[in-house]
Every structure is written in structure tokens, then in C-alpha cells.
Design a protein around this ligand. Structure first.
Ligand code: URA
Length: 234
């Protein structure tokens, strides 16, 4: 792969933008030598504006999604991509969220350009559990856990029953719920079917991967192999 193509695939700009940047001399090696389009030193020795390049794919990020940001670039308003370096939205292959969270859902979100990992983590066939912390408008009535565990609950507008889900009571108006599938607004619609209303929702784990305590809302970092394994991706 040529240097221009590599940089374009990593989202540093279209090929023409990258070529223009290279003519300005912003792509160097670690010794400060300005690189031309025919140069191609090892990845770890290339700098863009003095910074090491992002790793080539597969790349997975671990992100603490804040309230008020959508996971889709098609939606108007603030998106999670606004909180990441612009080049992440331009990478090829693209970085996709592993199971979208609603605009007003917070918590653990993985983003990856690895199609196999994405499929493994979101396909119900692989039974990767996702756990949410739920805050409710009204007190729990006591029938919810059995309803959600039944495997017979059919959401409004759907025909196929939900897979059984596990709900634990945390307090009168708080619960933890673990699902192995991710239908549209699933947790909110489940509690609506039980006669309640979700006022706050946070994803706290994917597989055995819990939201790292050091990541504040809006912060992200590259996920380690160990974290990807804990999420159920290996
Ligand atoms: N269930 C929901 O209702 N919303 C989410 O964002 C995730 C799961």
C-alpha cells in the first residue's frame, strides 16, 4: 500500500487532501525527515503533524457515551463522532458503533472497524450479554422480572417474542437488566410493556467487560486485546 492510500484509509483526508498535506511537509518520519509520496517507512516510524499514526485496522475503541449524542451520522444534531478525532469518521473500513445506544442512553460503547468482531458482539446467536442500569419513573410492581424472563413478551408492533432477559431489582425505582439481543429501544419498550417508564438508561457492561472507571462521560481510548476478549469478541 502506498503512503497516500494508507493515510487516506486512516482518515487523515481524501487522497488529494493527503497529497496536499504532504507537499506542505507535515508527514515526516521519526527522525524529522519529510516524507514524499514514494516513501514508505514502517508504520510506527511515520508521523503526521508530529504525532504517531493511529494503528491500522483492526481498531476498536472503548467509549463512555454521554447523554444527548446520537450514534448515527444520518441523524441531525450532535453525534458521537463529534467527540472523536474527525479522522475516525473518515476511516476505511469505517468505525461503527457495536450496537447503537439511544441519544439519551449513556455508558459503555465499543466502536470498531472489525466486521467479524461487530457481528460476534451484536448477533443474538453469540449470546453476548449486555447489562443496563435502569432508572424508572414509577416503583417496580414485582411482576417485571418474571415477565422479562418468560421468553413470551412480544413488544408492540412486533411479532417475535423477546429472548428471556434477566432483571435484578436495585431499589424501588432502579433495576439492572441483562439482554442478549438489541432491538430498537428494547429496554425502554420492555418497561413500557410492564406499565412503567424509563427515565435514565446506562449500559454498564458488554459480556464480562465493565465500563472502565477511569473513563469519564465523553472520553475514549483504544481497547486492549484483553478488553475485547472480555467483551466476548475472541
Ligand atoms: N435499550 C434501549 O431502550 N435503548 C438503548 O439505548 C439500549 C437498549
Amino acid at each position: 500500500m502506498k503512503l497516500v492510500k494508507l493515510l487516506a484509509n486512516l482518515g487523515y483526508g481524501s487522497r488529494s487532501v493527503v497529497e496536499r498535506e504532504m507537499r506542505k511537509g507535515v508527514v515526516t518520519d521519526i527522525h524529522g525527515r519529510v516524507l514524499g509520496t514514494k516513501d514508505f517507512p514502517p508504520h510506527s516510524e511515520i508521523l503526521f503533524k508530529g504525532e504517531p499514526l493511529d494503528q491500522p485496522g483492526p481498531l476498536t475503541l472503548i467509549f463512555h457515551k454521554p447523554d444527548g449524542y446520537t450514534c448515527s451520522t444520518d441523524d441531525p444534531g450532535d453525534t458521537i463522532y463529534d467527540l472523536l478525532p474527525a479522522r475516525f469518521a473518515l476511516r476505511n473500513p469505517v468505525m461503527s458503533p457495536v450496537g447503537r445506544l439511544d441519544k439519551d442512553t449513556t455508558g459503555l460503547l465499543l466502536m470498531t472497524d472489525d466486521g467479524h468482531l461487530l457481528h460476534r458482539l451484536i448477533s443474538p446467536k453469540h449470546h453476548v450479554p449486555k447489562t443496563y442500569q435502569v432508572t424508572l419513573d414509577r416503583v417496580l410492581e414485582g411482576h417485571e422480572a418474571e415477565l422479562f424472563a418468560s421468553g413470551t413478551l412480544v413488544l408492540r408492533g412486533e411479532e417475535k417474542a423477546l429472548l428471556p432477559a434477566v432483571m435484578e431489582v436495585v431499589s424501588e425505582k432502579e433495576a439492572r437488566i441483562t439482554l442478549e439481543e438489541g432491538r430498537y429501544h428494547q429496554v425502554r419498550r420492555m418497561f413500557a410493556a410492564a406499565g412503567n417508564h424509563v427515565v435514565a438508561l446506562k449500559r454498564i457492561s458488554i459480556g464480562k467487560l465493565e465500563m472502565p472507571e477511569d473513563l469519564e462521560e465523553g472520553e475514549w481510548r483504544v481497547a486492549t486485546e484483553e478488553e475485547i476478549g472480555l467483551a466476548g469478541g475472541r
